[in-house]
Design a protein. Structure first.
Ligand code: SF4
Length: 191
């Protein structure tokens, strides 16, 4: 769950470095995070970027987690209620909340990130101005409530967007989705 906050606006490799530094100092439990002074926490998570903001967010999350009775108490909540609880915490937006719901609580919630928007936009599946909720609900309705499927589907989108449908110079010539892609020709002919 801490990783979902640390990964905001940064690559997962940076999160792994931050978590590794944190783990070397304290057990990854809310009580231990809160026992650290905020500047010390910020210093330990420095590799994740925006470390002062993220230190505050981690503390807010850990305080809320303990107040709610811990992870086991939250795991008993229905998904909608758990999502509302997450969204009420300072610094947790829809993407982070859904990250936590899918990966930590194994709830059938689809995570819409920048990779998803880029790939869906290029494929013509979205216009680009849809809200987060519109895209999330559309994908969830199309795929059905299946945690393993959402997990795999999101992982495949991320991998494709990183390795082939890159932000700059996408590899349209080797893309398996090129036949159905509205941006294939333009992108493949760009210098
Ligand atoms: S054809 Fe190009 S732009 Fe379209 S999905 Fe594939 S890599 Fe992305």
């Amino acid at each position: 769950m801490l990783g979902a906050i640390l990964t905001q606006n940064t690559a997962w490799t940076n999160v792994e470095r931050a978590l590794s530094q944190l783990r070397a100092e304290i057990p990854l439990r809310p009580e231990s995070v809160l026992a650290l002074a905020e500047p010390a926490l910020a210093e330990l998570i420095r590799p994740s970027g925006y470390f002062n903001v993220k230190a505050r967010r981690l503390r807010s999350f850990c305080e809320a987690l303990l107040e709610a009775g811990g992870e086991a108490a939250l795991a008993a909540l229905p998904t909608d209620q758990l999502r509302q609880w997450l969204l009420a915490i300072n610094g947790i937006g829809p993407e982070t909340a859904d990250d936590i719901l899918l990966y930590a609580f194994e709830r059938p919630v689809f995570v819409v990130d920048a990779y998803t928007r880029r790939l869906f936009g290029r494929l013509g599946l979205i216009a680009g101005d849809e809200s987060y909720e519109d895209i999330r609900q559309h994908v969830e309705a199309a795929l059905g409530p299946d945690v393993a499927c959402f997990n795999e589907y999101h992982a495949l989108i991320v991998r494709h967007a990183k390795e082939v449908c890159r932000a700059r110079k996408p590899g349209c010539q080797v893309c398996l989705l090129s036949r159905g892609c509205q941006q294939r020709e333009d992108e493949s002919q760009s210098p």
